[in-house]
Design a protein around this ligand. Structure first.
Ligand code: Z5A
Length: 208
């Protein structure tokens, strides 16, 4: 595969959706047909159905292991139908969350055994890992303040500050373990400053 796989990660309200759209526009200037934007959970019909369960099935409690299998089921289809074909066609794939989110939310947040997540990662992804990950890092209070006005909180938005602190710490731990791949961006800055830092990294990689 010759394309470039770039993921965006962070806690709620860190600004991933805003910045992935900015990155899409920056990278599309050269060749709009060469960039695709996708997300997890989601990205395929099955993935979007799984997303719906993950976020909105609130009548009965779903535990961390169930979430884990749902996520990797969706990821399997997403990789097969969207990510690998695009990378094989030499495209840049921008993905709003990927497996780092599983380590952070299910591992850090829910306390699921990291070894189990690693096993599923190997089984479903083989060698596939992102080439570059932007971790938009912000204090939990800042992220939650940004999304405060949302009308119907999903299963994650209803979580506690403690939960999101565990998630943030797990993300920072990943960044420490994979410094070549994971670029930590201070997402408590203004939107334009964050955009500028991401742009600089994309430039330094010769992507725009
Ligand atoms: N999940 C999981 O548990 N395990 C997994 O493996 C995966 C996912 C893949 C859905 O993710 C949930 O799935 C997620 C974890 C779980 N739930 N949580 N948390 P999602 O990415 O679709 O949903 P999200 O994280 O809830 O997205 P979000 O709340 O929209 O956050 P965001 O994309 O990072 O933020 P945003 O939409 O770009 O910005 C939010 C607001 O802040 C908006 O009004 C912006 O204008 C504003 N904003 C953005 N940046 C700034 C700055 N820099 N300054 C000021 N205001 C800003």
């Amino acid at each position: 595969m010759t394309g470039v796989f770039i993921t965006f990660e962070g806690i709620e309200g860190a600004g991933k959706s805003t910045q992935i759209q900015n990155a899409y526009e920056i990278l599309s200037v050269k060749n709009p047909d060469n960039v695709i934007l996708t997300r997890e959970p989601g990205g395929t019909e099955a993935g979007e159905a799984i997303r719906n369960i993950m976020l909105y099935a609130t009548r009965h409690k779903i535990d961390g292991i169930t979430e884990l299998f749902l996520l990797f089921a969706g990821r399997c289809q997403h990789i097969r139908d969207v990510i690998r074909p695009a990378l094989s066609a030499d495209k840049i794939v921008l993905c709003d969350r990927f497996t780092d989110a599983t380590f952070a939310y299910q591992g850090g947040g829910r306390g699921v055994d990291i070894r189990l997540i690693s096993q599923l990662q190997d089984m479903v992804q083989g060698e596939l890992r992102p080439d570059l990950t932007f971790l938009l890092d912000t204090p939990v209070e800042v992220g939650l303040e940004r999304i405060k006005g949302r009308k119907e909180p999903d299963r994650f938005e209803a979580e506690t500050v403690k939960f999101f602190k565990r998630v943030r710490n797990a993300y920072l731990d990943l960044a420490g373990r994979f410094p070549e791949r994971v670029r930590v961006i201070n997402a408590a800055q203004g939107i334009e400053e964050v955009k500028g830092e991401i742009h600089a990294v994309l430039l330094s990689r010769g992507l725009c």
